[in-house]
Design a protein around this ligand. Sequence first.
Ligand code: ADP
Ligand code: MG
Length: 608
Amino acid sequence: MPIRVLSEVVAAQIAAGEVVERPASVVKELLENALDAGATVIVVEVEDGGRRLIRVSDNGAGIAPGEAVLAFHRHATSKLQTVEDLNRIATLGFRGEALASIGAVSRTTMTTRPHDDATGTTIQVEGGALRFQRAAGAPTGTAVEVENLFFNTPARLKFLKADSTERRHIAQLVTNYALAYPGVRFKLVQEGREQFHSTGSGSLADVLVEMLGLETFRDMLEVRPQPSSRPDLPPVEVWGYTSAPGLNRSNRQQIVLFVNGRAIADQSLTYAVVQAYHTLIPAGRYPLAVLMVRLDPEQVDVNVHPTKAEVRFRAPDAVFAAVQRAVRRAVIDQAPVPSMGGDPYAAVDQGWNPPSSAANAGLNRPLVPGEQQLRMQLDSFGAGRYAQQRPDSPQFATSAQGSAIPAGPQAPARPRTLPVLRVVGQAGAMYIVAEGPAGLYLIDQHAAHERILYEQFMAQHAAQQPAAQHALAGATVELPPASARLVEEALGALRDLGFVIEPFGANTVRVRAVPALLADRDPREVLLGVIEDLETGSAPGAATLEERLVRRVCKAAAIKAGQTLSFDEMQRLIEQLERCVSPRTCPHGRPTMLHLSGDELARQFGRL
Ligand code: ADP
Ligand code: MG
């Protein structure tokens, strides 16, 4: 075929394809226009998943009659003039492409009236051609109606997913914008039914309650901006909500990020959020988060892609670190103990009144509800609160030497991270039953011990202390060839942990020493466990080899379920757990304890 310049219509359809991929893209562009026009009320109506009709009405600035046609021209925009303007974009739109693109692949009717004008204008564009423009009575603001989307691009139409899929995308999008603009009242009506609305109260918490429901929202932790640790990097502010570790999902889709009010897709920032939960939620599970990131517009390039969903940061490390720090802080400071009664805060809630309406939920919440109360209790009770109740008769004396639970230093190394707990007993040789100021706690002895060992190990590692070793006469272990290679490659990492392993013939190794923690374990079994970890490989985002090995050692060394513990052992275990940075989960992210609050007990016994 000879080379020819494409007709304007074909060129327009190709360009439109980049902006308008599916009905949700139309909704996105129209929402952005409404927000850029300063609207405080936006209504989105959708029929047949957006194929038949998408209508977005706003009470924003409107368009003057003389400019209405221009709005549908490609590269016609009121938001940008010079190349320099591109460096500091403060509006959601700027490419001047959306209306032109939408008009090219549908029949679009826009009715608009600026605040100061007595009458409005209606203009219709179909398949890129102007059908009519006329004066019309209209409320102030703009309503854009998009009908028969993709009527002239059958290929696109064919690839559209089921209406229900498109509806879901649209709902997600509208909720996202409602989160980013809590001061704007949004309403979404799909197939004639109201599906979502926000109040426009200005509070992110309010929108989240609408989106998640009050129950789930209560498991969200507030993320507050943290002072930067790197004054040399540009300032980045991060705030919003993120889930307590107990609330998690099987995919990342509920991690929603906004940069300067724009919903963005950024794998690296999503990873920063997930990273912040490291060892706190199980592998393969993901938190829920809604995070606002604010930074100088000059620090972000939004002109990366026609859909404007990707951005580029001038200092990506600064943004990554800010997100991770803020989320981690929120999670470590506020994570509650999972509750057996379904309401994790009930026990410590005496100082917190449940919101009378969703409107106030968490709005000015300084911490997770009740957490402050809990802290007060920790401070005022001190370590001696239950001392007099602690059994110290001989039958509770320290158990045999070489107990699996090393005694911790008596002086507290760091502030308590749990309330003071008094051991009541052991259940099923698996769980420690304990009592605290806020009710009853069931502690998984194995998970708790794993957490303690893990933190001790990591602290040692951070202090670059050599790992304590236990020398062996030299147990030889024969391995499948592939496993033998893996062990050989990891000899360095293993040595750091306290293993001394040497090759001993083709596929045989000799274990000369193991970490001291594992002194009484079968070296062969330990080694086979380690090999399992080596075989897991390093999937992207997975823990480093060293970390996996540390966890393995801690798992192997921790007291097992089924092991009867003396009172003293249990008390010491709990004292050490109280000093852990993250006492509420094991290194694999499972909970170490469950909480049954005083209120919950009273409820269950019908006392309330
Ligand atoms: P962009 O948003 O990138 O400027 P669009 O094609 O989306 O490009 O819109 C073109 C212009 O039309 C905008 O710059 C704005 O001036 C005007 N416009 C579009 N939608 C609205 C609206 N809802 N309210 C007021 N003005 C609007
Ligand atoms: Mg626009």
